[in-house]
Design a binder for this molecule. Sequence first.
Ligand code: ARG
Length: 261
Amino acid sequence: MPKVLLCPPTAFDVVYSINPWMCGESVNKRLAMAQWLRMEDVFRQWGVSVQVIDQEQDLPDMVFTANAGTVRGNKVVLSNFKFPERQRETEAYEKWFKDAGYETYRLPKKYNFEGCGDTVVHEGKMFAGYGWRSDLGGIRRAAKILDLELIPLKLSHPNFYHLDTCFCLLGRSTAMYYPGAFSPSALKKLRQHIPDLIPLDVTDATMFACNSVVYGNKVLMPSGPQKIVHELDIRGYEVTQLNTSEFLKSGGSLQCMTLWI
Ligand code: ARG
């Protein structure tokens, strides 16, 4: 049974700013919990096993479990967060993974690496964004530990600071992406590796369409985007949209809150 790691937002808030979306808009905590529970419910309906980690009271961004690390089989490369505000999350995640029987790896301190916020592992390859949060050294090391072919993708737009805000793999040969978030050489690499690349316009991209969770032909997407839903529809995907307004205030949505383990 496929498994995801989620973190219920018992202490979620926006109290600092480490990305352009975090402008101090106050979070409705009850609404955040209700939105999270709806997401969890979708995973259960899909037949996905939901594992949870408790949120530490002083780590408001810990709900974004995609940033815990990158998992392949029984191995996890833990994140080295760029900003001090999130660095202590690594200990909490390390403990969770160790207790669950995973082999955990830490990278040397000089590298930054933010796990599945910046990486997508698929059939022996690791697509990895770098430039804002993860750096080239970090993604190189992680790919090596996990024995994956690295496809480094330089990110160029500050609003799309993690790969999962501008790229979403939908299957072996299909992905949606926001071209405005990548350097010219990254765009070239994407075209080389993915035959059916569906570009998003800035409107859908800004509503975080790429921050969707994919399971077979099912796509769980933040509410708002419309054009891309039509594109996915004609390709046979079943899209469910959920309102994640409270988490968007922190610059995150559904994919950021999900880690396949
Ligand atoms: N406020 C969080 C941060 O800036 C949001 C993280 C979103 N996570 C993601 N995988 N994109 O780190």
